[in-house]
Design a protein around this ligand. Structure first.
Ligand code: C5P
Length: 230
């Protein structure tokens, strides 16, 4: 069941959403939390599908929810839904396995970054297409960052000019991502971390305020406001 978007696209977008306890409906986990009456996953997939480079979207869902997630997304875009694994990393690996060999670029995207705009997806894809093996969207760190030890005692102040806050989608040459997953030992929270460990150069490109991670109640309020911006 290979669902296609733009047949001339060269990008597959992988969305791991197979965390334990994922259930459709309100009050559930992040990916299915409602924003303006629709699950975050629906908002995210709509924007991914609007990016012209995207040929295929693969969502990893919990085994028991594959049919329900497929039914939820069917009206939004052609999406392939696969069973996820025990860890996020395994879910990404299983989603990647569903991508045909002739798609050279793979992006991994977090459904909680539901308002990441098509232009950001295109800019990540373009950077990979231009020869970068791994590309991440970043923003400067605006807060002062302290290192803190036991008893909440400050040990030092970090030079924030060398720090970046990392968003998704993270983009990869598909073979680079596949090799990093095949060789992975310890689970990491982000895919660029895996390819970094494999010795691959990871390049930063400008992120987007719209790609904020929607996790706390205040984020939902902000996101609702962003939806109203023309
Ligand atoms: O649980 P955590 O916040 O680390 O999950 C991050 C993302 O990875 C979520 O979108 C979750 O659904 C996904 N995930 C997954 N498969 C797992 C665990 C988490 O796709 N086994």
């Amino acid at each position: 069941m290979t669902a296609q978007l733009n047949a001339r696209g060269d990008v597959a977008v992988l969305v791991p959403a197979a965390g334990a306890g994922v259930r459709l409906g309100p009050g559930g986990p992040k990916a299915l939390r409602l924003l303006d009456g629709e699950p975050l996953l629906v908002h995210a997939i709509r924007r991914v599908a609007a990016a012209p480079s995207v040929r295929m979207i693969v969502v990893a869902a919990p085994a028991a929810e594959v049919d329900a997630v497929a039914a939820l997304l069917a009206p939004v875009a052609p999406v392939t839904v696969v069973s996820g694994g025990a860890e996020r990393q395994e879910s990404v690996g299983l989603a990647l396995a569903a991508v045909p060999d002739d798609i050279p670029i793979a992006l991994v995207h977090d459904a909680a970054r539901a308002l990441a705009p098509p232009a950001l997806i295109e800019s990540i894809a373009a950077a990979v297409r231009s020869g970068r093996p791994a590309v991440i969207p970043v923003l400067p760190v605006v807060d002062t960052i302290k290192q803190v030890g036991p008893g909440d005692v400050v040990h030092g102040t970090v030079d924030r000019s060398v720090l970046r806050s990392v968003q998704t989608p993270q983009g990869f040459r598909r073979d680079v991502l596949a090799a990093a997953h095949a060789g992975a030992t310890d689970p990491l929270t982000d895919d660029a971390g895996l390819v970094e460990k494999a010795g691959v150069e990871v390049t930063c490109v400008p992120g987007s305020d719209l790609a904020m991670k929607i996790t706390r109640p205040l984020d939902l309020v902000l996101a609702e406001a962003l939806l109203r911006v023309p």
